[in-house]
Design a protein around this ligand. Structure first.
Ligand SMILES: Nc1nc2c(c(=O)[nH]1)N[C@H]1C(S)=C(S)[C@@H](COP(=O)(O)OP(=O)(O)OC[C@H]3O[C@@H](n4cnc5c(=O)[nH]c(N)nc54)[C@H](O)[C@@H]3O)O[C@H]1N2
Ligand SMILES: Nc1nc2c(c(=O)[nH]1)N[C@H]1C(S)=C(S)[C@@H](COP(=O)(O)OP(=O)(O)OC[C@H]3O[C@@H](n4cnc5c(=O)[nH]c(N)nc54)[C@H](O)[C@@H]3O)O[C@H]1N2
Ligand code: SF4
Ligand SMILES: [Mo]
Length: 706
């Protein structure tokens, strides 16, 4: 009989609570934990592959080192000795900046990885810390820092009368920060909300799973969010639907914003975005009408150009409608792990979340929220001169398929003198590495949902202890053990919020977590004793009175916004391209992860190019035929798939496919990379450096026979 243990899934960042059946030290089955107070038994196809994922033959169980004849196995201790020596030599010869880390999505899944990686960089004095955040939604941080935030927090989904979801498809992505559809069981959350009378507005070029359930769907032309949102703000302000009292007390820049959006008349907005004027006006009125509500974005508009402006306009919509928790109201997401925060009915003033501190050597870029911009890392590796990056520690990421500008990224990964990857499999990137460290996988380690702590709308957490050991003979490390191992060998400190991490004897996970989370609301020792996810009703935050002499205000017209609105309004609408290619997620894979698993392969081995059936007919192409998709920069192949949810003039295609070590003609087996279509030197965001990763202008045609 198997023994059943509680844990949570770490295949994606949704952290679904699981029941895990273990027999003879192996995971034999997983299912959602129906007793969990947040997830209630929810899982998805990706997580349900965990037993297979843990034992699949493609999984690396021992570190690899590149020798003269390709990879050879090496012990983890030996690998760490050699890497430490090479890193120390690079630091000596070129300075600490020459050593970089890139933490990808799977670094976030290990609750010890990110903080220890950052501490290691601090310890060796290297500012070259990069993560997937700066090629994801850095615009959200830029916008929040320009507008300021509300100390009492913004409205959540659970109490909202109206929610506007912009370019986020939580039902497939299980992703929704800042008041979007709760991803913990999204279809049920939406059903419950609709039952209590929620008005749901969706803004997405595609009729997504979320958009299909919306009361109003604004199917805009990709990349035209700034125009649509400026148009909606104009309706709200010109009809006086905003919260004038709130604005008078707490907000700067309302007249300037009014003026900056004056030229976004409904007729212009309709012509440019493709959304009928009456529908746009109705959405604006219904958004403003709710007593409580929130506008929330996903990745779609943040991958498109002018993401900082889009995100600012979203902040502005929430601010002018006063969508914040008032004095005496409950804070929906108090957090259990972060420690108590002051909650007052007043703003935190704007600050500068970007452009301060060290600067990139290319394109005038600077840091965003204390990290260097990932979209410029390939250049930092290739560009000779002082500060050139000579060593990259790549933790749970896959640059070759995920970073914008695939050809340049590929060159960088091939040319860098030292590439160390921590990866479960040989990926498009790790197969180019000098060392690949085999990681200990989720159910083999203890973790806490640190990333999502502030996203839950109630005080919930889950200390998951180790459920099984790695398979016999494995020589695996946790992601952070690469850094503790290097720090111990190099004699450099690891300064964490709870103090310097002692390295002798090597620390265990619980000790690491205690150093990362020194101020949890419930002691970690106590959390460790409990099995399964827990709600702590005693953790209740209420918004306090504002400081009597406080003068802080939210900012609706920070520097640059009015100017950018003028630039957008002056743009030509003529394009030499027939289509715009937009980003999307596929249900069965997580970016580039999971494709080796048989059940996943049955769902598809390529990233189809989804097009409206009318477009396919016009191109003389049927589902399954090969297309050539050409941008200003390059062209890729894609397998056509008819999709009525995609409007004419749009190609919807997932990123992170297409390993260039294969022939492009193998597109049916490996897919192809949408990041090959973009140059990171063209159309890049001036703050984050992000290239145009959605709304990419393309021409589409039938490809010659392969
Ligand atoms: N054009 C375009 N580009 C995009 C996007 C887009 O929408 N369009 N999206 C962007 C976004 S939002 C993101 S977050 C980035 C993603 O960028 P990355 O994080 O760089 O890409 P992933 O494919 O998620 O890489 C995950 C890697 O972790 C490995 N892995 C799997 N499981 C484990 C594990 O347990 N431990 C370890 N150590 N490794 C593991 C996988 O094999 C894979 O190589 O891409 C960005 N790029
Ligand atoms: N199954 C699965 N889940 C995942 C992932 C995965 O690969 N697979 N990836 C994970 C990662 S790294 C992240 S960051 C999250 C992302 O989570 P989401 O942001 O929900 O990701 P998507 O499903 O791509 O949704 C983006 C939506 O934006 C729309 N869109 C594209 N361009 C534009 C535009 O210009 N304007 C507007 N308004 N909309 C646009 C697309 O049509 C799409 O519906 O998902 C995570 N979850
Ligand atoms: S949504 Fe799926 S992959 Fe993500 S944590 Fe839940 S079960 Fe795992
Ligand atoms: Mo992401």
């Amino acid at each position: 009989m198997p023994e059943t243990r509680k844990s949570y899934c770490r295949v994606c960042h949704n952290y679904c609570a699981l029941e895990v059946d273990v027999q003879a030290g192996r995971v034999v089955a997983v299912r959602g934990d129906p007793s969990d107070p947040v997830y209630g038994g929810y899982t998805c196809i990706k997580g349900r592959q965990l037993p297979e994922l843990l034992r699949h033959e493609a999984r690396l169980l021992r570190p690899l080192r590149r020798g003269s004849d390709g990879f050879e196995e090496v012990s983890a201790e030996r690998a760490l000795d050699e890497i430490a020596e090479r890193v120390a030599r690079i630091v000596d010869e070129h300075g600490p900046r020459a050593v970089a880390s890139y933490c990808g999505t799977h670094a976030f899944q290990n609750s010890g990885a990110l903080a220890v990686a950052k501490a290691w960089h601090q310890g060796i004095g290297s500012e070259s810390f990069y993560s997937s955040v700066t090629i994801d939604q850095p615009a959200k941080f830029v916008a929040m820092s320009r507008a300021g935030t509300w100390s009492g927090g913004t409205h959540g989904f659970m109490d909202a009368d109206v929610v506007m979801i912009i370019g986020c498809n939580t039902i497939v992505s299980q992703y929704a920060p800042f008041g979007g559809v709760p991803p913990w069981s999204p279809v049920k959350a939406l059903q419950d909300a609709k039952r209590r009378g929620l008005t749901l507005i969706a803004i997405d070029p595609r009729r997504t799973d979320v958009a299909r359930r919306a009361d109003l769907h604004l199917q805009l032309r990709p990349g035209e969010d700034p125009t649509l949102l400026a148009g909606m703000l104009r309706v709200i302000l010109s009809e006086g639907l905003h919260d004038a009292d709130f604005c008078a007390r707490w907000v700067n820049g309302l007249p300037e914003l009014r003026e900056a959006i004056a030229a976004y008349e409904p007729a212009y907005v309709a012509e440019r975005t493709g959304v009928p004027a009456a529908r746009m006006v109705e959405a604006a009125r219904r958004f403003a009408a709710g007593r409580k509500g929130i506008a929330s974005t996903g990745t779609g508009p943040d991958m498109a150009p002018r993401a900082n402006l889009t995100e600012h306009l979203v902040c502005a919509l929430n601010i002018v409608c006063g969508r914040v928790n008032r004095e005496g109201e409950r804070v929906p997401n108090p957090g259990v792990l972060s420690g108590p925060l002051p909650r007052k009915a007043q703003p935190f003033p704007p600050w500068k979340a970007w452009g301060t501190g060290p600067r990139s050597r290319v394109r005038g870029l600077g840091q965003v929220i204390g990290e260097m911009p990932t979209a410029a890392l390939a250049d930092e590796i290739l560009e000779p001169g002082e500060g050139q990056v000579k060593a990259l520690l790549c933790i749970g990421g896959n640059p070759v398929v995920a970073w914008p500008d695939q050809q340049k990224t590929l060159r960088a990964m091939r040319e860098i003198p030292l590439l160390v990857c921590v990866d479960r499999v040989l990926s498009a990137t790790s197969r180019l590495a000098d060392y690949v460290i085999a990681p200990r996988l989720s159910l083999e380690r203890a973790d806490l949902p640190v990333l999502t702590d502030g996203w839950y709308e109630l005080p919930y957490t889950h200390y998951a202890s180790r459920v099984v050991d790695p398979p016999p003979g494995a020589d695996v490390l946790e992601e952070w053990q690469l850094y503790t191992g290097l720090a111990a060998r190099m004699g450099t400190p690891l300064p964490l919020p709870g103090g310097e991490l002692p390295l002798d004897p090597p620390p265990g996970k619980h000790e690491v977590l205690k150093h990362i989370l020194p101020r949890t609301r419930v002691p970690l020792d106590e959390l460790r004793e409990r099995e399964g996810g827990q709600v702590f009703p005693e953790i209740r935050d209420t918004v306090g009175a504002p400081d009597p002499d406080g003068t802080t205000r939210l900012e609706l017209a920070p520097e640059g916004v009015a100017e950018e609105l003028r630039e957008v309004r002056a743009e030509s609408l003529v394009s030499a391209f027939s289509h715009r290619l937009i980003s999307r997620r596929l249900r069965h894979v997580y970016n580039s992860s999971g494709r080796e698993l048989p059940e996943i392969r049955r769902k598809g081995t390529t990233n189809p190019a989804y097009l409206n059936p009318a477009d396919l007919e016009m191109l003389g192409v049927a589902s399954g035929d090969v297309l050539e998709i050409e941008s200003e920069h390059a062209s890729i192949l894609g397998i056509a798939e008819a999709a009525p949810d995609v409007p004419p003039g749009v190609v919807s295609m997932a990123h992170a496919w297409g390993d260039p070590s294969h022939d492009a003609k193998d597109v049916r087996e490996i897919g192809s990379s949408t990041n090959a279509l973009v140059s990171n030197e063209r159309d890049f965001d001036p703050i984050s450096g992000m290239a145009r990763q959605s709304a990419i202008p393309v021409n589409v045609r039938r490809a010659p026979p392969l």
